[in-house]
Design a protein around this ligand. Sequence first.
Ligand SMILES: NC(=O)c1ccc[n+]([C@@H]2O[C@H](COP(=O)([O-])OP(=O)(O)OC[C@H]3O[C@@H](n4cnc5c(N)ncnc54)[C@H](O)[C@@H]3O)[C@@H](O)[C@H]2O)c1
Length: 674
Amino acid sequence: MSITKKDTVFQEQILEGIPHKLPTKKAYPENVNRAPKRKDILSLDEKKLAVRNALRYFPEEWHTELAQEFRDELNDCGRIYMYRFKPDYEIYARPIDAYPAKIASASAIMLMIQNNLDPTVAQHPEELITYGGNGAVFQNWGQYLLTMQYLATMSEQQTLHMYSGHPMGLFPSSKDAPRVIITNGMMVPNYSQPDDLERFNALGVTQYGQMTAGSYMYIGPQGIVHGTTITLMNAFRKILKENENSKGKIFLTSGLGGMSGAQPKAGNIAGCITVCAEVNPKAAIKRHEQGWADILIDNMEELVKRVIESKDNNEVLSIAFIGNIVDVWESFYDENIFVHVGSDQTSLHNPWSGGYYPVDLSFEASNKLLKDDPQLFKEKVQESLRRQTNSINKHASRGTYFFDYGNAFLLEASRAGADIMDKNQIDFKYPSYVQDILGPMCFDYGFGPFRWVCTSGNSEDLDKTDEIALNVLRDIQATAPKEIELQMNDNIIWIRDARKNKLVVGSQARILYADAEGRVKIATAFNNAVKSGEISAPLVLGRDHHDVSGTDSPYRETSNIYDGSKFTADMAIHNVIGDSFRGATWVSIHNGGGVGWGEVINGGFGMLLDGTKESEQKLQNMLFYDVNNGIARRSWARNKEALYAVKREMDRSPSLKVTLPKIVNDDILDALYD
Ligand SMILES: NC(=O)c1ccc[n+]([C@@H]2O[C@H](COP(=O)([O-])OP(=O)(O)OC[C@H]3O[C@@H](n4cnc5c(N)ncnc54)[C@H](O)[C@@H]3O)[C@@H](O)[C@H]2O)c1
């Protein structure tokens, strides 16, 4: 690669870390999607502490000037982002050899960080938020600068420890240890209420890492397109008769943000009419311009007309509608438009800080109310959730299949007092997608969102990996048992068509649902291809945290665990520790993912495949555990698909010995408390 002046500036600035000379003050960025103002929750003493905390990144002689600026940021934004220190160089996933690091694994991690903060990828790049409204990579630009400097200078005998965006430092370790250990939002359990996040985040001592934001593993909306496609195809399979297909059938949902923006694309791949309501015009326009939604409509009359027309013509179409989802549910009911499948993907894991916009208030008016009167805003949100639920209930009584897509819709609607509980007052009226679809069909068999990134940045490398993965899956399919036939077929179609579906935004990355066997065999084939030069540079392997083993979340990933253990988090902790000594290049564990602070513990890993024998050993050792840990736990919870999968794995892998449950006859228990 020839080095340009721009590259040199980029490298020099990274090596400098916190600049030696105080950069000039920047005005607040305009014309970009900025994070909403966060709750003003700190007392005066705590505000002083927040400024004191922020200043510890900088030399004393700058303190007087920066103290005032940070006070103003805290006042205006509810957080101290240190905008002045945002570097001027472009932030995007440059190829692996563009970084000034000493070791390839550190360069790969820098590449992944750059991708998470790329303005074409990230939701609020100025505030270091990748997705989900508050999914942060770092709390402030000071942390970013220091972390990049540490990565650039570290050796293979050191590990960088990250505390919620703050680089605590490099500690001596060994070549086999992970290069980075990340924790985000880990709290002493009693301090995990939503306001605790607001307080401790404002103080600068914790952050909301979401899932792949704070672990440097986000690959744009592609990651979610695949999961949403699988979910949607199976939702339609549940309601359609054998001779029917999804053409001309309606999928109604909301949200065109970081993750939710994938829904129209997934709808197109699943072959239905998708109507996706979004209150923020900027988000809707962005998704339309990116080609993720076919058409953009901003008034209800036109929407109703177009939907009826598409239905009559049996079309496959995705519509980004600028407006509130509650209005759409209500209007479609009044207009007698039958919704086949319904869901919601507003950011209800973050309901009081702009994750959900109440009906009957414009986007601007909502933002103003949120700032001026957060309590009234909260009441409006809850009222809106009750209205939305009422309308969904009416549609459901006509036959709509509604499912919760892991955004805490059912949970927050229930907390708002909406009519959402089942007759037994324990369960919700509607299933979560994990209970009905993804749990029994994918996670219990070990299928989950495996992914990889080509560090060369070349699309040819990505094409090559698609081809390799397709061949591996076809080989496995030839002898696969009927229990996983459907999953194998869906994934073969996905990877076969991945290039055609133009899924790449940001780094050259691919996602593919695969089980342990698939992941290990694909990764081994990739490592061989890197070694032979067929693929021109190392690959990064990883996965979404939303997977078989990495996440304990009673209203999402582990919602189909019925032995009472869904409220425990042992699995996620074992996973991150287990992965860390089996070969991961970096590992992460977070409080707060898709369903909210205190509602989930989720973890993930990254692994560099550089074509060496060590890489091969590490991938085989770690990927096997990374999947089978969760299958074992799911089988212990008596999930029959997981029992099948773990027994099959023990037959193939003699050193795996898992404790299996004895199943009790119902009659014995029924007689017990008669
Ligand atoms: N099931 C999964 O696999 C999965 C994956 C990712 C995210 N999620 C969850 O889905 C939610 C959305 O994630 P995201 O990254 O897209 O968040 P986001 O904040 O980027 O997007 C949500 C969008 O919803 C819009 N919105 C809010 N209230 C609305 C309303 N009443 N009507 C219409 N639009 C409204 C917002 O303007 C925003 O653009 C989060 O809670 C996230 O945790 C689930």
